[in-house]
Write a protein that binds this ligand. Structure first.
Ligand code: SOE
Length: 387
């Protein structure tokens, strides 16, 4: 059969998802075909151009009308977080499989309603997945596999950071990502969600307690003429930033490990620097998105003469996802995680299994984010250093 997809939204994630939907059936041997059928957006002219550019069969402006169609099987949600819940619940209740961008929602309440809708839909064979694509970088899946097989022994510490610097310039306008009513939170939900999911994914453990702080570094920004992003004409006005720019927090995991997290848009010079290091009793594993075809491995049992972090080049056919692509040493990039996401979703739909991360996993991340916000709101967490 062919899965006909409708994608709601068409910004940066719309472009990345479009590449995934078009590459997956051409590179991987999928049980079902995939058709990029309808692209949905509010601005008729803009969405028509985006549909032509990214190869979607039709353009539409009414998502409710599209998810009611019998000839749509999958709804892919790449809108800002303020519409994830409404669209996903309606699509699941209409019997459509759903892929929803991260974070799952803008609040725990919304995420709980989405997870409940996914539970309601599952007995009908309807599947739901959250778009944490970095799990699907081969080196990250390999990291998870090596931890699971005990390669580094018992995990004792995890340290994860996601550092960007696109907001260091105070003249960057007040886009939707900087407004709580549209984004839910700032760096914490936008990029902190990725490292919380990744820490849980690679260790198989879950965050059960956090202590953290958040900061809004630039509190007012220029307002531009359009809501959804940075396009539009300057209005000469400024508006309040209502989300965090930086989130720093510690986490206790249910397997006993201690974790530290940094999510910031003010790491000057860092463009999209996601790193994670997992330290165990027998060794360590470290991943850096800026070197995404590599995984660093330290083996405590190695003879001292050769001991040190070694580099695994994750391009062998034995490595996750790699055999479908190129010969060893021919690298993958940022967009390949979106292709692997489609592969795993299509295979789960065909196989009648739950694609991961499920909405329940997305809810777990949402609860962690909310706990960090609650911890940060409690000013008593700070102890003054007596001078
Ligand atoms: C902006 O911070 C952003 O596009 C995030 O929204 C994505 O999830 C991340 O992968 C790259 O940066």
């Amino acid at each position: 059969m062919t899965l006909r997809v409708a994608m709601i939204g068409y910004g940066f994630m719309g472009a990345a998802h479009s590449v995934g939907w078009r590459q997956a059936p051409r590179v991987f041997d999928l049980p079902d075909g995939v058709e990029t059928a309808v692209l949905v957006g509010r601005n008729a002219e803009a969405v028509a151009e985006a549909a032509r550019h990214w190869g979607w069969g039709e353009a539409a402006t009414d998502w409710r009308e599209v998810i009611a169609r019998d000839d749509i099987d999958v709804v892919d949600i790449v809108t800002p977080g303020d519409s994830h819940a409404e669209i996903a619940i309606a699509a699941l209740d209409a019997g459509k499989h759903v892929l929803c961008e991260k974070p799952l929602a803008n609040s725990v309440g919304e995420a709980e309603a989405m997870a409940a809708a996914a539970e309601r839909a599952r007995p009908r064979g309807v599947r739901a997945m959250v778009g944490f694509t970095y799990r699907r970088v081969p080196a990250v899946t390999l990291l998870r596999d090596l931890v699971a097989e005990g390669r580094i022994g018992k995990v004792q510490q995890v340290r994860a950071a996601y550092r960007q610097d696109w907001l260091v310039d105070p003249e960057v306008p007040l886009g939707w990502r900087l407004q709580k009513e549209h984004a839910g939170s700032g760096a914490l939900g936008d990029i902190g969600a990725h490292i919380v999911d990744m820490a849980q994914f690679v260790t198989g453990q879950h965050v059960v307690a956090v202590s953290g702080t958040t900061e809004t570094v630039v509190k007012e920004r220029p307002v531009v003429g359009e809501r959804a992003g940075f396009a539009g004409t300057a209005t000469g006005e400024t508006g309040p930033v209502t989300v965090d720019d930086v989130a720093l927090f510690s986490g206790r995991l249910d397997g006993g490990a201690l974790a530290s997290f940094e999510a910031t848009r003010f790491a000057t010079g860092r463009k999209n620097a996601l790193t994670i290091e997992v330290s165990g009793t027998d060794g360590a594993l470290a991943f850096d998105l800026e070197r995404l075809n590599e995984l660093r491995y330290y083996d405590r049992a190695a003879p001292a003469v050769v001991q040190g972090f070694t580099t695994i080049l994750v391009t062998e056919p034995e490595h996750p996802y790699v055999s479908a692509w190129w010969p060893a040493g021919h690298m993958l990039g940022y967009e390949h995680g979106f292709t692997h996401q489609v592969v795993d979703l299509v295979r789960a739909i065909d196989g009648g299994t739950d694609p991961h991360p499920t909405f329940a996993e997305g809810l777990s991340v949402q609860r962690t984010l909310a706990a960090v916000e609650a911890s940060a709101a409690d000013g008593s967490r700070w102890t003054e250093v007596r001078s």
